[in-house]
Design a protein around this ligand. Structure first.
Ligand SMILES: Nc1ncnc2c1ncn2[C@@H]1O[C@H](COP(=O)(O)OP(=O)(O)OP(=O)(O)O)[C@@H](O)[C@H]1O
Length: 552
């Protein structure tokens, strides 16, 4: 099938903000596709060629794409850079530049979805000597055969910013609608596989029963179950009946998979970080059975046996070089709290059974390998759970988790069956979309930051201006970043590309027509710059509204 047909779908999607219309457009398109194409479109529709959990990526910077565009249209790189600045995006710049394209390609074949997909995947394989030139050659082959609109979406796909307002939810609904399958069945399949190419293909070929057969596979990460804030213990523990309460460690959540002899470690955002943690791989190899499994836990950094702040562990995980040296400097400890697969899938088992299995398979004879400190809570021993909370805080941890012992593991769900009980108030991770320069002496600094959350179409909607919590050095750093990301400036107001993620604390969520979400925050304070998070990791409008409605 021609790539232009997919491009027409992108254009139609970009032209509407209505979720139902978007769903209808994608659903109609999916119905037309054969099996080989639907697999590819399942990813391309989200602007990617690898599933989110894959460690492979296109990995091409904006500058390289600009160079390729310059060659394709026969102009200079500076002209392309100007067009990108004027238009605010490489895709729109292509539309402008292709209109003036001087270098016509004769006898060119129309691009097909297959060819585009395979070429983009090829980019991730190119490394070593002359790799930049070889990558440019692949991109150039695509761009020189492309129409203006094809170039618009090709360049946006390569730079990983498709900007058509399509998120996982719309794709899930479109697959359900196209093949007449219950949305819940599609959603479960997506949570388990994290791969719309598999979900779309299975839906087409085998329908609902095929999707229901999809299950966990060690080696393929699964979206973790998430927590809400807990109401008072006296209320929630009797409501649950039997609760598994365990220490909440402030580190990084790990999903550890063993598939035959291979061990892989994923973060909660399904990023493969196996290479950064060789000692953790050895730890699992030595202290868990050589069976296929998926277990979950938190890893923390320690010094003299005491937990170190979260940022320390982050350095370890992000590290690409001198990994062995870092092992010495930052000793790690693992605390396991769940098992999702042990020889067979276990997520449908109640938590109390999963915990029993977990306890039976982990050898905790070394300091580094632990089970989370746990106590069973019932209406009769709430005081003991309060004590567990207090000792956890005293030992330098964040608080406790309270989990319904009779519940299955529901991937991706942020529900009432797993709760967090913390000493510190809740924060939200938000993206900066703009800001305001200060006045007088502060006129050179952006002093106030317009922060936003992600809606169901992956568009950013404003929530508040955050202006406190920043020292001078941070203000200077952030102002520099804002200038790099500037889209436009009018008076003291600057608009920027959504790239900077801030963790924001606040006293209360209030209704407010002034902001695009319809809500705002009282006393927003910047707690941290989350350099570890990108635009897709920020919290959602849905979460804000649910926090508003439930009071937490
Ligand atoms: N014993 C434990 N059981 C479950 N999760 C734990 C435990 N100890 C620490 N955690 C961490 O707590 C998180 C649960 O809170 P939540 O799902 O809301 O994540 P979050 O949005 O990152 O919140 P927070 O910033 O409070 O960690 C888990 O993702 C996990 O990383």
């Amino acid at each position: 099938m021609k790539y232009q047909e997919l491009v027409d779908v992108y254009s139609a999607l970009e032209a509407t903000t209505k979720r139902l219309e978007k769903t209808e457009i994608i659903s109609e398109f999916l119905k037309k596709l054969d099996t080989g194409t639907i697999e590819k479109v399942g990813l391309l529709i989200l602007g990617v060629v690898f599933p989110a959990w894959s460690s492979e990526e296109i990995g091409i910077g904006g500058k390289l794409v600009e160079r390729a565009v310059a060659e394709a249209v026969g102009t200079t790189q500076a002209t392309v850079e100007d067009a990108v600045r004027d238009e605010g995006d490489i895709g729109l710049a292509c539309i402008k530049l292709y209109a003036k394209k001087s270098q016509m390609t004769f006898f060119s074949q129309p691009l097909t979805i297959d060819f585009v997909f395979n070429s983009l995947r090829k980019l991730s394989q190119i490394s070593g000597s002359r790799s930049t030139n070889r990558k440019i050659a692949v991109i150039l082959e695509l761009l020189s055969q492309a129409s203006a609109t094809e170039a618009k979406y090709l360049t946006r796909t390569i730079t990983e910013e498709l900007r058509i307002g399509v998120g996982d939810g719309v794709v899930r609904d479109a697959i359900a609608q196209a093949f007449d399958i219950d949305k819940k069945v599609v959603e479960r399949a997506q949570m388990l596989t994290n791969d719309f190419s598999v979900v779309a293909k299975t839906a087409k070929e085998e329908g609902s029963s095929g999707l229901e057969k999809l299950n966990l596979t060690p080696g393929t990460p699964v979206k973790p179950m998430l927590a809400q804030l807990a109401p008072p213990l006296e209320e929630i523990i009797p409501e649950m009946g039997v609760a598994i309460c365990d220490t909440k460690y402030d580190g990084i959540r790990l999903q550890v998979h063993r598939n035959n002899d291979e061990i892989n470690i994923f973060t909660r955002r399904l990023e493969n970080i196996t290479h950064a943690l060789p000692e953790i791989v050895r730890l699992f190899d030595e202290h868990l059975p050589h069976e296929n499994y998926i277990v979950e836990g938190e890893v923390i950094a320690t010094r003299d046996g005491k937990p170190l702040p979260f940022q320390n562990i982050l350095h370890r995980v992000r590290r690409k070089h001198n990994v062995e040296e870092a092992i010495e400097n930052v000793p790690l400890k693992v605390y396991l709290f769940d098992v999702m697969y042990y020889q067979v899938p276990m997520i449908d088992e109640p938590l109390k059974n999963r915990r029993t299995i977990l306890e039976s398979i982990v050898d905790t004879s070394v300091d580094e390998m632990n089970l989370s400190t746990m106590k069973i809570g019932t209406a009769e021993n709430i005081k003991e759970i309060q004590e567990l909370f207090e000792t956890s805080i005293k030992e330098g941890h964040e608080g406790i988790m309270i989990k319904d012992a009779s519940e299955p593991y529901i991937p991706g769900l942020r529900g009432k069956k797993m709760l967090k009980y913390k000493a510190e108030p809740e924060t939200l991770d938000m993206i900066v979309i703009g800001g305001t320069y200060g006045i007088g002496k502060r006129g050179d600094f952006v002093g106030s930051y317009l922060v936003a959350l992600r809606d169901e179409n992956n568009e950013f909607k404003s929530v508040a201006y955050a202006a406190t919590g920043l020292d001078d050095a941070t203000l200077e750093y952030l102002t520099g970043k804002m200038k790099e990301l500037e889209l436009s400036t009018k008076g003291r107001e600057i608009k920027v590309e959504p790239k900077i993620v801030l963790e924001i604390a606040f006293s209360e969520i209030v209704e407010s027509p002034e902001y695009e979400t319809g809500y705002s925050l009282r006393f927003p304070v910047v707690k941290n710059i989350r350099k570890d998070k990108g635009p897709m990791d920020v919290d959602t409008v849905e979460r804000l509204i649910s926090m508003y409605n439930t009071g937490n």
